[in-house]
Unconditional design. Sequence first.
Lengths: 249, 388
Amino acid sequence: MKVLVAVKRVIDYNVKIRVKADNTGVETANVKMSMNPFDEIAVEEAIRMKEKGAATEVIAFSAGPAQCQETIRTALAMGADRGVLVQTDAELQPLAVAKLLKAVVDKEQPGLVIVGKQAIDDDSNQTGQMLAALLGWSVGTFANKLNVADGSVEVKREVDGGLENIKIKMPAVITTDLRLNEPRYASLPNIMKAKKKPIETLAPDALGVDVAPRLKTLKVEEPPKRKAGIKVKTVAELVEKLRNEAGVI
Amino acid sequence: MDFEPNQEQQMLIEQVRRFVREEIIPLEAKLDPDASELDPADHARLVEKTKAMGLFGIDIPKEYGGPDIDIVTRVLLAIEMAQHRAGLYVPCYGTFGGAGLAQIFEANEDQKERYLYPTLRGEKKAFFGLTEPSGGSDPAGAIQTRAERRDNGWVLNGAKLYISNADRAQYGIVFARTDSSKGRAGITCFIIDSDTPGFHVRRVVHTLRSSHYATELEFKDCWVSDHQVLGEVNKGFAVANDRLTRQRIPYAAGCIGVAIAAHEMAIEWAKMRSTFGEKLSHRQAVQWMLVDNEIDIRTARHFTLEAAEKARRGLPFKIEASIAKLTASEGGGRVVDRAMQIHGGMGMTKDLPLERWYREMRIRRVGEGPSEVQRMVIAREILGSNLR
Ligand SMILES: Cc1cc2nc3c(=O)[nH]c(=O)nc-3n(C[C@H](O)[C@H](O)[C@H](O)COP(=O)(O)OP(=O)(O)OC[C@H]3O[C@@H](n4cnc5c(N)ncnc54)[C@H](O)[C@@H]3O)c2cc1C
Ligand SMILES: Cc1cc2nc3c(=O)[nH]c(=O)nc-3n(C[C@H](O)[C@H](O)[C@H](O)COP(=O)(O)OP(=O)(O)OC[C@H]3O[C@@H](n4cnc5c(N)ncnc54)[C@H](O)[C@@H]3O)c2cc1C
């Protein structure tokens, strides 16, 4: 079974995000970029499946500018076998990515697609679900634990207030949550090997996908500054403040 | 020369950076500000990780089982490995493994069996005994510890000063005078087991490095056999000369790593802190400190990578190594000093790593060849040998 994992190039989680002066987006020039952390978890899970013999090949997919090749290389250095880059400088929204992924799935016929539950830049939490709908496949979102057996996959899902166990038919789409695993460090030998692993570059046109944005961004702003909190001594005082100062009850 | 890391180096940098942030710094938060060791269980757990990364034994040459990385990559990783509180003294608390002293790699096969391999396996620790009360900058002239021929061996008498970790080592390398008529050409290098009769650690010398101390050693009719001579008699300074010069380059890189970390802290703080109704980052006095930090860091990084690149290519790199050591230790000291100033009172406290870096960085202008001696090396090169 092939496993396809999606890896997105995003602003590094350690970078303090700054809004552009003209409010059209966030500053990305000279900003450190890395693999979306949820996608690292997806790559790790796929590699573990291969190590356990549950998968035969791990393919890392990315869509975006040429530099996404570096993100794919990171996945290859972790242990993925080869990469597919859909190269475009266009702004990519979740639906476009889902369509690109579907086109690659049609070509590669993986038994499982693993993607992050969301990317830490736009926090959309949509691509995996949209892909499953486009493919007509089962989907297990927010995976906390996975177990592949006899044409189906058991997914322990992180849901509000606890965990939910489901069993879905394969082929399937999985979206990863934080606690699914702890991604490994890429090792020196694997980093050197990654150099020689193939990355196929495709264009959206060649896949027959129109990636034009369907949503329009009007304005990007800093979140309002939070005011400092206060400590109250008694419940009575709390209720009084909520009623008279905050006006919420 | 192009000093931009290539893609593989960049990936390695990122692995080590993540290791420092996710494994070292959280543990460090629970340690004493001057600690130089992790809890043994944590240490063992992290060594498993660095082994899985393929980077354990990072200073061990490839032919002895170390990772296959060149000195430029080593420098880039040393810059990352130093970016935590104990980073100048014990980068990543030794979880990337130790290495033998440079000289011991050039020992004979019998000595390698007894000393080098156990050291590489982590079973033995060594001290380096060069400096004496009579001076360390010019050991060839200053060494007074004598070794005299007796019973198919040598008898050592004398003292050594400021020797790190000798009280915790199983053996050490000791330089002694074997021919008093010959100056530099009369010094021999010996391997001394710490339990040899006549050898002892006379005194602990406390320094501004409160995490650990130096020691004073005494040799009183300390007899060792011929098997303990490292290299040839009267050629002690010829042993590992090239390795020693090389060692200065990652040494410089550690200073750069700490300078980068201090600089980043200062930038963040200057943007947050307001006085007299304005952010510190809006004050030219503070901006110029940050600019000077940037220049010091870039200068040191440039010269250190230049030295590494020349060493990698097999070109002469002696001057370059001295320039790297100078710019990184002196520039690094200035950067940490300015970062402390920008932090005000908080910069002086043990709540932040700055004050430890400040003390450790100060040692770096004396250790591994003091600044003046580095300048002397460069002067000799640019003025020609007749200066000697
Ligand atoms: C914390 C610590 C740990 C150490 N660990 C070790 C160790 O493990 N093993 C070991 O062998 N040594 C060790 N040393 C000793 C260190 O290497 C020496 O202190 C150093 O070599 C300087 O020697 P010195 O202290 O005798 O100073 P001196 O040689 O007396 O020099 C004093 C000052 O004069 C300057 N100077 C010397 N000659 C000239 C000149 N020609 N022109 C201009 N200026 C000059 C020097 O740069 C220095 O600033 C350690 C020192 C410290 C502080
Ligand atoms: C060991 C120690 C003991 C102390 N004891 C006492 C005590 O007993 N009682 C007490 O009240 N305080 C005490 N202090 C606090 C000390 O007085 C303050 O640390 C000092 O006034 C600086 O204030 P700050 O730390 O808030 O730095 P900040 O005011 O935040 O200043 C940070 C840096 O910015 C610089 N800066 C500030 N404004 C400007 C400007 N407009 N332009 C350019 N640069 C600027 C400052 O010079 C400083 O370098 C002590 C501090 C220490 C370290």
